[in-house]
Design a protein around this ligand. Structure first.
Ligand code: URP
Ligand code: ZN
Ligand code: ZN
Length: 464
C-alpha cells in the first residue's frame, strides 16, 4: 500500500523544501519531485508543513503516586499524544522500592502492551539506589532501555544522595547509557516546607515559595560536577529556570556530556498562577508540579535557550491528576499530587508560540520536538526524521487555521488543561504512524492498532 503526500513543505531539523513523500508498507521510500503512480493514494499537502512524527521525551502514564494513580493510562495518554501529532512516547517506567529493575520494567511493559496506540519506549526511573543495580542496569540496557532517571528531590520517597548519584553514573557510563535527573535540592526544600507548614501556611502559593529556582540551579551544578568526574552522559529533565540554563551552558563549554529538556509549561506559564498567600483556589492546584512555574523573566530565557541550542528537547512531563477527586483531596500544598497534563498540545503550543511567533525556525521546531530525541535516545534515523528507510511517522500541519483550546476537544482522560483558552495557530491535519493514517482531516481514527515497543540505542550527546 503506497501513499504520496504531495505539494507540502517537507521540514526536518536541517532543511525545508517543497517535495513529495512516498511511503510504502509503513516506511518512507522516496522524497523529491515525484509523480503519482497508478492506484496510489495521493494526499494534497499544499500550503502545509510535512514533519516527522513528534517524539515525547517525558510522560508518566499509569503512574502510582501519593496513594493515587494518574488519570491517564497508556490507552488514553497515547490517544491524546497521537491526536496532537506525537507518534512515539518515551514514558518513565518506574522501579518502586523493593523491586528489582527487571521487575519495574516488566510492570511497565504490562501496562503499555496492547494499550498504547503510539509507538513507545521507556526510560527507567529508580526510586532508590541499591548497589546491585550497578549490575542489573546491564540487562536493562540490553533490553532497549538506555536511559535511567534519578530524583534529587522528593525526600523520603524517591530522593537519592550524592554518593548514590556517583555510583549510578559510574555504572551507566560503563554501559554507555545515560541518566536523566530531576534537579532540585530535596533536603532544603523539605526544610522550607516544614517551616511554612509550622507557620500555618498551607495554601498553594507556598508550593513555589518552598521550591525556589536557586535550588534547581544548585542541584544541577552538583550533578554535573559529579558527572564530569566520570565523563558520564547525563541530562536534566524539565529544566524550569533561566539561571539553570546558564549553568548548563557553562557545563557544556567545559565539555560536560550534558543535554537539557524543558517543557511547554515552563515556556508559557508563570508563577502568578499560584495566586496570593491568602487564596487557596482549586484552580491554582492544577499548576502544582515540580519544579514549579517560575517568575515571568524565566520564560524569555528558556525560549532563548531553546533557540540557541542550550536546550535540546521539549517534553511535556505529562503527569495528569484530576482537579476533582485527586488534587482537591490534599489538606495542604505539600500533599497535592504533583504534575500537569500536556501531551496532546506539545506540537501545537511549540508551533504557535515558537514558530508562528518567530522565536524558533521550523527546522529548530523539528529538532526539539523530534529529531534530537531520536538521536539522543538511539532511535535515529528510524524515528525523528523524514528519510528513505525511516518509519512513515508523518505529521501534516496546516498553519492557516487558528482555534482556542477547550479541554473538551482533547482526547486525554483528565478533567482540565492548563492551557484552557489559549489561542493556537495551525492545526495537526493528518498523522501517519508507520504508514497508518491515524488522524485524517483533524479527526482521530476510532479504530487504532496497538503501538509497537521501540528499543532505544545508546545515547549520543553530540546534539544541539
Ligand atoms: O510534578 C511533576 N513533575 N510530577 C511528575 C514527576 C516528576 O517529577 O517528573
Ligand atoms: Zn521530575
Ligand atoms: Zn516527570
Amino acid at each position: 500500500m503506497s501513499v504520496l503526500l504531495s505539494g507540502g513543505m517537507v521540514t526536518t531539523a536541517t532543511q525545508s523544501r517543497l517535495a513529495a513523500v512516498r511511503s510504502t508498507d509503513g516506511r518512507i521510500v522516496e522524497i523529491g519531485d515525484l509523480v503519482p503512480r497508478p492506484g496510489e493514494e495521493v494526499i494534497d499537502c499544499s500550503g502545509c508543513l510535512v514533519l516527522p512524527g513528534g517524539i515525547e521525551t517525558h510522560s508518566h502514564l499509569d503512574l502510582e503516586a501519593v496513594g493515587t494513580v494518574t488519570a491517564d493510562d497508556f490507552a488514553s495518554g497515547t490517544r491524546s499524544a497521537l491526536a496532537g501529532g506525537t507518534t512515539t512516547v518515551l514514558d518513565f517506567g518506574t522501579q518502586f522500592h523493593g523491586e528489582s529493575l527487571a521487575e519495574g520494567l516488566a510492570r511497565w511493559h504490562d501496562k503499555a502492551r496492547g494499550q498504547a496506540v503510539t509507538d513507545y519506549g521507556f526510560h527507567l526511573a529508580m526510586t532508590q539506589w541499591r548497589p546491585e543495580f550497578a549490575d542489573e542496569m546491564a540487562q536493562i540496557v540490553a533490553a532497549g532501555i538506555t536511559s535511567f532517571k534519578l530524583y534529587m528531590a522528593y525526600r523520603g520517597s524517591m530522593m537519592v544522595e550524592d554518593d548514590e548519584i556517583y555510583a549510578a553514573l559510574s555504572a551507566s557510563s560503563r554501559l554507555g547509557a545515560t541518566i536523566g535527573f530531576h534537579c532540585e535540592n530535596g533536603l532544603v526544600i523539605d526544610a522550607l516546607v516544614r517551616e511554612e507548614l509550622a507557620r500555618g501556611h498551607t495554601g498553594t502559593f507556598y508550593h513555589q515559595r518552598t521550591r525556589p529556582p536557586a535550588l534547581e540551579r544548585e542541584a544541577f551544578g552538583r550533578l554535573t560536577t559529579i558527572a564530569e568526574l566520570l565523563d558520564a552522559q547525563h541530562y536534566i529533565v524539565h529544566l524550569s529556570a533561566g539561571e539553570t540554563i546558564e549553568e548548563v551552558r557553562r557545563a557544556r563549554q567545559r565539555g560536560s556530556k550534558v543535554v537539557a529538556e524543558t517543557c511547554p509549561q515552563y515556556l508559557l506559564l508563570d508563577d502568578s498562577l499560584y495566586g496570593t498567600p491568602e487564596c487557596d483556589d482549586l484552580e491554582a492546584r492544577q499548576y502544582v508540579m515540580s519544579p514549579p512555574l517560575r517568575a515571568p523573566e524565566n520564560l524569555d530565557a528558556l525560549w532563548a535557550g531553546l533557540a540557541d541550542g542550550d536546550i535540546q528537547f521539549v517534553g511535556t512531563d505529562h503527569c495528569s491528576f484530576n482537579l476533582k477527586g485527586q488534587k482537591d483531596q490534599a489538606p495542604d500544598f505539600a500533599r497535592i499530587p504533583n504534575g500537569a497534563p500536556g501531551i496532546e498540545l506539545r506540537l501545537a503550543l511549540l508551533y504557535t508560540y515558537g514558530v508562528a511567533a518567530g522565536r524558533i525556525s521550523p527546522e529548530r521546531f523539528v529538532a526539539v520536538t523530534a529529531e534530537n530525541a531520536a538521536r539522543y535516545f538511539g532511535l535515529y534515523p528510524r524515528k525523528g526524521t523524514l528519510l528513505p528507510g525511516s518509519d512513515a511517522d508523518i505529521v501534516v500541519n496546516d498553519p492557516k487555521p487558528s482555534w482556542t483550546v477547550r479541554h473538551d476537544v482533547l482526547h486525554d482522560n483528565v478533567d482540565h488543561t492548563p492551557y484552557e483558552g489559549r489561542r493556537i495557530q495551525g492545526r495537526v491535519r493528518d498523522v501517519f504512524l508507520r504508514g497508518h493514517h491515524v488522524v485524517a482531516d483533524g479527526v482521530l481514527a476510532g479504530d487504532l492498532a496497538p503501538g509497537e515497543f521501540v528499543p532505544c540505542g545508546l545515547p549520543d550527546s553530540d546534539i544541539t
